[in-house]
Ligand binder design. Structure first.
Ligand code: KIV
Ligand code: ZN
Length: 388
């Protein structure tokens, strides 16, 4: 693969929706799928059609609702799964069946109780069967992160020969280090016959907090599709977060890896997913957390007020956040107090600022955060109120 385009495969509606308590109904899936289309994702994994009649119906509805993205349905390497996925994808303008099987010794010995050769046979059969329904077939080697590279290369070579168009190399348990995962992708690039006919894909879980780093390492080593979810939701500690990989690639143009994501829709999409799934976003979450553009310590506030990029590497508007926030706490300094007073219409002189700051700290030591009403009250107590 020589292109520098990175395809964004969003699995919020499948891997993301597996989170306990995050289940979506058909109407919610359709609303989110349309938002993902607006956001510019290339592939939407809409669900796992054989898992329940409700999910089957939701995948059908998503296929009817979106036009641009490829719509993908998950299946195991089982004929019935593949048939049901194909049926659910019937209305997709661009359907893709995602099929696969565990390839690590742990999966082969304990889950399937079989042999490596038998796994290759089943993988090939599944891809060939899926190809009898659709042209675009993605194969996943579940637990590829813990599969030795030599055997993984044999599996991948066999499914490429069987017609797989996309090769998903999941770090299912979030075990790999970035160097290790990057080297795995590179090994496959260099050792699988026919690999240029297909696209290598990353699918990383966040059990050690490395999902995003591993996905980027994969892309730097030749993967051209990244599987991810909005807000990084997903099984256990979650999946790679879409907003993180997209902004990493955008903020580091020398990597020469581009996506088609409209980054101004990242924050609104994050809010929508959080609301529909009833899953709050942690405030310190990169890019979309409530504090991602909030400054509360005096040193940082002074810097940001003088020049935003002293403490911000992203312009908040670029990700759909109106502006950075200067939060008033007991750690804030005079510059922040003057700034916030000005925002509510009061231009403090140097002397006024000095006396108000002392009163402000008394309040701030009692309250976690000083809001506009509190500030007005403080200024009233100090009998300061000249409008700007
Ligand atoms: O994490 C994983 O291995 C998966 C596969 C089903 C693609 O989600
Ligand atoms: Zn997964």
């Amino acid at each position: 693969m020589s292109s520098n385009r990175i395809y964004i495969f969003d699995t919020t509606l499948r891997d993301g929706e597996q989170v306990p308590g995050c289940k979506l109904n058909t109407e919610q899936k359709v609303i989110l799928a349309k938002q993902l289309e607006l956001l510019g994702v290339d592939i939407i994994e809409a669900g796992f059609p054989i898992s329940s009649p409700g999910d089957f119906e939701a995948v059908v509805a998503v296929c009817k609702a979106v036009n641009e993205p490829v719509v993908c349905g998950l299946s195991r390497a089982v004929e019935k799964d593949i048939e049901v996925a194909a049926q659910a994808l019937k209305y997709a303008k661009r359907p893709r069946i995602h099929t696969g099987i565990g390839t690590s010794d742990s999966h082969i010995l304990h889950k399937f109780k079989t042999t490596r050769e038998e796994i290759i046979r089943r993988a090939v059969a599944a891809v060939k069967y899926a190809k009898s329904f659709v042209e675009d077939v993605e194969f996943y080697a579940e637990d590829a992160g813990r599969t030795d590279n030599e055997y993984l290369a044999r599996v991948i070579e066999a499914v490429v020969a069987a017609g797989a168009t996309v090769l998903n190399i999941p770090d299912t348990t979030g075990y790999c280090l970035p160097e290790e995962y990057g080297a795995k992708i590179k090994y496959l690039q260099e050792n699988v016959k026919g690999i240029h006919k297909a696209t290598l894909s990353t699918h990383c879980h966040n059990d050690l907090g490395l999902a995003t780093a591993n996905s980027i390492a994969g892309a730097q080593n030749g993967a051209r599709q990244i599987e991810c979810t909005i807000n990084g939701i997903g099984e256990r500690a979650g999946n790679t977060s879409l907003e993180e990989v997209v902004m990493i690639l955008k903020q580091h143009p020398y990597l020469n890896l581009d996506t088609r994501i409209n980054t101004r829709l990242l924050n609104p999409t994050s809010l929508m997913v959080s609301e529909k799934m009833g899953m709050p976003v942690q405030p310190n979450k990169a890019i979309v957390g409530a504090n991602a553009f909030a400054h509360s310590s005096g040193i940082h506030q002074d810097g940001v007020i003088k020049e935003r990029n002293t403490y911000e590497i992203i312009d908040p508007e670029e990700v759909g956040v109106d502006q950075s926030r200067i939060v008033l706490t007991a750690r804030s300094g005079r510059a922040a107090l003057a700034f916030r007073a000005k925002e509510i219409g009061v231009n403090l002189t140097k002397e006024e600022l000095d006396v108000t700051y002392i009163r402000f700290l008394e309040w701030a030591d009692r309250k976690k955060e000083i809001n506009d009403d509190d500030l007005s009250e403080i200024l009233k107590e100090m009998q300061i109120g000249a409008m700007a």
